[in-house]
Design a protein around this ligand. Structure first.
Ligand SMILES: NC(=O)c1ccc[n+]([C@@H]2O[C@H](COP(=O)([O-])OP(=O)(O)OC[C@H]3O[C@@H](n4cnc5c(N)ncnc54)[C@H](O)[C@@H]3O)[C@@H](O)[C@H]2O)c1
Ligand SMILES: O=C(O)C(=O)C[C@@H](O)[C@H](O)[C@H](O)COP(=O)(O)O
Ligand SMILES: [Zn+2]
Length: 351
């Protein structure tokens, strides 16, 4: 399956194909005629998929940068060591960086690709469910600061995105669950039928039969949204449903207690509870979301006093002219933007 993201000179293809990583070298040779490639990966993913990729790229001069896995690596402080390795390898502006890994690697390597020498070519090879349904598409790349998520970043488009759903076979079940947080988000904001479909799978093994189609649906929604509002001032804000509170929870726990999809799950429940109580959302919507999240073993609450989230929320990137934008649902499958202040979340006793 293939999708094309139409962004003028920055347009690119998304290929979804079981086994695609086994012939990733052929896709690369088609689009990249330079000499040097840097593969950026993490210490879980590289031993599983990196060696084969290196072997397929034997005709290039390849440098490999493997970083510790996990969100704490998506940090500003790691950057100089990566730039140094690229400089040691004498990577030039005609060369290429490949992100091989989950969303942490995609965001980090993409940020490196957008800043090293003011930008070099970049390819996304997402290996986690979350990265395949969401983070590898759309061009947002970033690192975290202690004050909040993704606070330093850029828009950097890949030459192509190569999604091989077979890699999900080696993914820890925790991160399948985690990726389902974003899949459910797509159903909530734009696709009632997808949301209902997700209720029907017995478990992930069952859902895996349809995984190509589910990845395609999520990425197709994202493609459409991003084509219309690349820079995130309009319709693209909907992709942040659950993220205002979710990102603040991640930051509160130093990016180590809750993974991204889990925090987004908690954020979707919390914001919908508030908007439903205010009659901004159809009655019963929170319960529907909670039911699907529970089905996929996602958390519904962090049991935090919302006051502790206010500072991080004030750094949210949906804050324009000192006014926050909250993504609310009208009902499952339809959203609206509500402009409010950060006290809006204090209507809940706990998040
Ligand atoms: N740029 C965007 O639009 C966007 C969208 C959504 C999320 N994100 C970001 O993505 C990040 C989360 O991504 P993630 O959940 O993929 O986290 P991650 O990259 O940390 O991957 C999760 C874990 O799975 C391991 N892993 C990945 N693929 C594997 C495989 N095939 N087999 C075995 N292990 C594998 C990783 O080593 C890691 O331990 C967050 O930083 C979030 O902010 C960005
Ligand atoms: O691509 C987008 O736009 C999104 O909001 C997708 C989100 O799932 C993702 O977590 C993104 O990184 C959040 O962006 P941010 O601008 O809130 O940092
Ligand atoms: Zn997200």
């Amino acid at each position: 399956m293939k999708l094309h993201v139409n962004l003028g000179k920055d347009s690119y293809d998304i290929i979804i194909e079981k086994g695609a990583l086994e012939h990733a070298g052929d896709y690369i040779k088609d689009v990249f005629k330079g000499r040097k490639i840097a593969i950026i990966s993490d210490d879980n993913v590289f031993p599983l998929y990196g060696i084969s990729l290196e072997n397929q790229l034997a005709s290039y001069d390849v440098t490999t940068i493997v970083i510790p896995h996990g969100e704490p690596s998506k940090n500003f402080e790691i950057l100089p060591s990566i730039y140094s390795k690229l400089l040691d390898a004498k990577l030039t502006r005609s060369d290429l960086i490949i992100a091989l890994g989950g969303g942490v690697i995609g965001d980090l390597a993409g940020f490196v690709a957008s800043t090293y020498l003011r930008g070099v070519k970049f390819i996304q090879m997402p290996t986690s469910l979350l990265a395949q349904v969401d983070s590898s598409v759309g061009g947002k790349v970033a690192v975290d600061l202690p004050e909040g998520k993704n606070l330093v970043g850029a828009f950097k488009h890949p030459l192509f995105v190569l999604i091989d759903p077979l890699t999900l076979k080696t993914l820890d079940p925790h991160f399948i669950t985690d990726g389902m947080g974003e899949v459910i988000k797509y159903g909530c904001i734009k696709d009632r039928a997808l949301f209902d479909q997700l209720k029907g799978y017995k478990d992930f093994k069952d859902l895996y039969q349809d995984i190509d189609e589910i990845i395609y649906k999520c990425v197709d929604i994202k493609r459409d949204v991003v084509e219309k509002d690349l820079f995130d001032f309009g319709d693209r804000l909907c992709l942040n449903f659950g993220h205002t509170i979710g990102h603040a929870i991640e930051q509160y726990y130093n990016f180590s207690k809750y993974s991204h999809g889990e925090a987004v799950a908690i954020g979707m429940v919390a914001i919908t509870k508030i908007s439903e109580a205010n009659k901004q959302t159809k009655e019963g919507t929170t319960a529907e979301i909670e039911e699907v999240l529970t089905h996929y073993h996602l958390p519904l609450a962090a049991h935090l006093d919302p006051h502790v989230l206010l500072e991080a929320i004030s750094h949210d990137k949906k804050n324009f002219d000192s006014q926050l934008s909250f993504v609310l649902l009208d009902e499952i499958g339809s959203y609206k933007i509500y402009k409010g202040d950060r006290d809006y979340i204090l209507q809940l006793k706990e998040v």
